[in-house]
Design a protein around this ligand. Structure first.
Ligand code: BGC
Length: 726
């Protein structure tokens, strides 16, 4: 490209290039940069007539063609293409689909999560995408919410650690590298705190709750260099996120120094008028959104005209528009879009997308995310003399349930003529078991029932197979009709014919292994009582069936631990582990335990670990210092395994109420049979901070209890204490 203006000169500093370009832009060209439209809706017209600077959900040659049109416009400002590459670049039909975020969180493995992000970025970048609307940084609170599976679980620290790792993976060493894409931390903020788990309903959250629980993962993301954030749909204490100046400007820009840009979620501007009813018309909504600091509006067709009118009428200062445009351009320059190296690379695409190396990481992540919840008398791995297996249940051979949300559109977007996701590319549990059983055991299969439809006519056939088998492996869970945006559930029981199917299999007397393939925890106390073993797989991605089979047969030892609590009953919601104690201590029900069925941090292995010698390097800590915490962990079983060592803290007496346990550190250790290792964890004094009544984040002097062990349950933790002084 010939260099005519300074902004086209890659050797100049980005701030200089931005100011040069901004100075040449008309008002309409500027406002176009604040707009993102759906690439399925006549994108070229939006570009030519309204100067729209970003499109979502376009892929491959389409992006190259439209980028070519943008290059011919007056200033040649390149387009930014965004997509929901949520757990893999799954809009592309041959991409590598990883386990969902909730599944990945159960690995407690930031390096692996970063690698997943790196691969997703590489696959997306080669199809012309520059930006993914991921990761979700919401802290899961209410399991009824349909998007729980998109989160990294219920703990703010773990969400921060894994979210930052994912962002590092997407963005790589430098955003300008041809295989890096911009991350988008979402949904800023408090979306996961919507009342009753109802998607996008009001989040009645205080500023203390925001600062204590919901904001820390976003602050960590900003510190990790996250290029963009997406403003949530919902309102926080009366103010929709996109119009929330406190959230978008005071906290994000003034306190945290965020340099990227904020995009609204889909139609946030319209819904301030027609749903949330805080704006009598769209003009008012646009005015509020732009003034609050929301830099780009997603899919609001009238947005460009509204903002231009506001400026021309003198109601909106053009300097506010300029600031939003600067924020958007900064990311475009950082991505190297102006320097011409970000076209979809068709050769690299063929080599990399869905390649064997990427599938190997999909398999490793599926294996590590499995959580063994019950294993009566070491029933698993399956004994050598098991010769006849019955694989039963609606999710045993269901590709969609296995892949989870945000995958269902593959094959519907992008270049015509591309095949949809092929059945060969997804290894279901049935496929995996058949492949692994080989000649060792026969495998019979019956679906038995459906996840939604309550019909029971398939159950007798399934029960007959179970009766004739040595072991029945029953794969139940939820499906896409119950997962995702607006798919909230008021009932978390196994739906359709699944409970009846399990009862019928149990009645045969054949030992039953239940594989729970669900987007999130369901209420399954009956299963826990009646199954010999229970393995939670979440939505494990395209290698999920291999991971399950290799684990059942004992080639792999499960190591995942829960990052979200399983309730006995939906009426216990919420039941996350860091609930704050009340005046009566733990809030009990007369008809239900206070504790969850399975707590945060819990998960079994085929081996056992013992903890001893918890030692703190000091019994006092002052500001700026780090405490070293050491504990001996020994593998006391007879096969090697990975243990996830967890460190919790309790601020014994504080000026405001705080949880009895808060995760502050963790480590994954692999130990051979009999091996003992001293595991060292670090606790920085500032990690002990709370948000006080004046809304300041402070560390209060006093005694802190340290708890280290293999889950958040008291019986799994060793305890000691230290004092913060000064
Ligand atoms: C979702 C976002 C998503 C966006 C773009 C919205 O419906 O809430 O999470 O990134 O659509 O697809």
């Amino acid at each position: 490209m010939s260099i005519k203006y300074p902004y086209q000169d890659g050797s100049r500093p980005i701030p200089e290039r931005i100011e040069d370009l901004l100075g040449r832009m008309t008002l309409a060209e500027k406002v176009g940069q604040m707009c993102q439209m759906n690439g399925r809706d006549d994108a070229e017209t939006w570009l030519r007539e309204h100067h729209v600077g970003s499109f979502l959900h376009m892929l491959g040659e389409e992006t190259n063609a439209l980028q070519g049109v943008a290059a011919q416009t007056r200033l040649g400002i390149p387009l930014l293409f965004g997509i929901d590459a949520i757990h893999g670049h799954a809009f592309w039909p041959t991409s590598t689909v990883f386990p969902t975020q909730l599944a990945l969180s159960c690995t407690w493995n930031p390096e692996l999560v970063e690698e997943v992000g790196r691969i997703t970025a590489t696959e997306a970048a080669h199809t012309g995408v520059h930006w993914t609307f991921s990761p979700v940084l919401g802290v899961a609170r209410d399991l009824r919410w349909g998007r729980i599976g998109e989160t990294f679980g219920e703990d703010p620290y773990l969400v921060s650690e894994l979210g930052s790792a994912m962002i590092r993976g997407y963005q790589g060493e430098a955003l300008s590298a041809p295989d890096a894409i911009a991350a988008c931390g979402k949904h800023y903020a408090g979306y996961s705190g919507a009342q009753g788990g109802r998607d996008s309903s009001e989040a009645a959250l205080s500023e203390r709750a925001m600062r204590s629980t919901y904001l820390p993962p976003f602050q960590a993301a900003v510190e990790a260099g996250c290029a963009t954030l997406m403003a949530g749909y919902q309102a926080i204490d009366g103010i929709p996120c996109s119009a929330n100046r406190w959230l978008l400007s005071d906290v994000l820009r003034d306190e945290w120094g965020f340099q990227g840009f904020v995009v609204s979620d889909w139609k946030n501007v319209e819904h301030m008028n027609d749903e949330q009813q805080v704006s009598p018309n769209l003009m008012d909504a646009a005015m509020r959104v732009v003034s609050a600091g929301n830099d780009m509006a997603m899919n609001t067709p009238r947005f460009t005209k509204l903002v231009i009118d506001l400026v021309e009428r003198g109601e909106l200062d053009e300097t506010v528009v300029d600031q939003a445009v600067r924020n958007v351009l900064r990311v475009k320059f950082a991505l190297g879009l102006f320097d011409g190296n970000r076209y979809a690379d068709l050769d690299k695409r063929a080599e990399t997308i869905g390649c064997a190396a990427h599938r190997a990481v999909a398999l490793a992540s599926a294996c590590q995310s499995l959580v063994l919840l019950k294993n009566e008398e070491g029933f698993l791995p399956l004994a050598e003399d098991v010769r006849r297996l019955a694989v039963i249940g609606p999710n045993a051979d269901d590709r969609q349930a296995q892949l989870g949300d945000w995958v269902q559109w593959s094959g519907q977007l992008g270049e015509t003529g591309l095949p949809g996701r092929t059945s060969e590319s997804v290894i279901t549990v049935l496929d995996g078991i058949r492949a692994r059983a080989g000649d060792r055991a026969s495998v019979d299969y019956a679906r038995g029932c459906n996840v939604i439809d309550p019909a029971v006519d398939g159950i007798p056939e399934a029960a007959a197979l179970a009766a004739a088998a040595d072991v029945a492996i029953v794969v139940v869970g939820d499906n896409l009709e119950q997962v995702g945006e607006t798919k909230d559930r008021a009932n978390l029981d196994l739906s359709g014919g699944q409970k009846a199917l399990l009862e019928a299999v149990y009645a045969t007397g054949t030992p039953m292994v239940v594989v729970l393939m669900s987007s999130k925890p369901l209420t399954i106390p009956w299963v826990v009582q009646h199954a010999q073993a229970l393995l939670a797989t979440w939505n494990p991605g395209l290698e999920g069936g291999t991971a399950v089979a290799e684990t059942l047969f004992g080639d792999r030892n499960p190591s995942g631990k829960l990052t979200i609590s399983f309730p006995y009953h939906v009426g216990q919601q919420p039941v996350y582990y860091d609930l704050i104690p009340g005046w009566h201590g733990e809030a009990k029900y007369v008809d239900m335990p206070a504790e969850p069925l399975f707590p945060f941090g819990y998960g079994l292995s085929y081996t056992r670990f013992s903890y001893s010698h918890l030692e703190l390097a000091s019994d006092v800590l002052t500001e700026g210092e780090t405490l070293r915490v050491a504990v001996d962990v020994q593998n006391v079983g007879d096969r090697s395994g990975v243990e996830i060592v967890q460190l919790y803290v309790n601020d014994r007496f504080s000026s405001v109420t705080t949880p009895l346990k808060e995760l502050k550190g963790f480590a994954r250790v692999e130990l051979a049979p009999g091996e003992r290792r001293t595991v060292e964890l670090e606790l920085r004094c500032e990690q002990l901070a709370l948000v006080n009544a004046e809304l300041e984040t402070v560390v209060e002097p006093g005694t802190f209890e340290v708890m280290v062990g293999g889950s958040s349950r008291d019986e799994d933790l060793l305890k000691d204490s230290f004092d913060v002084v000064g």
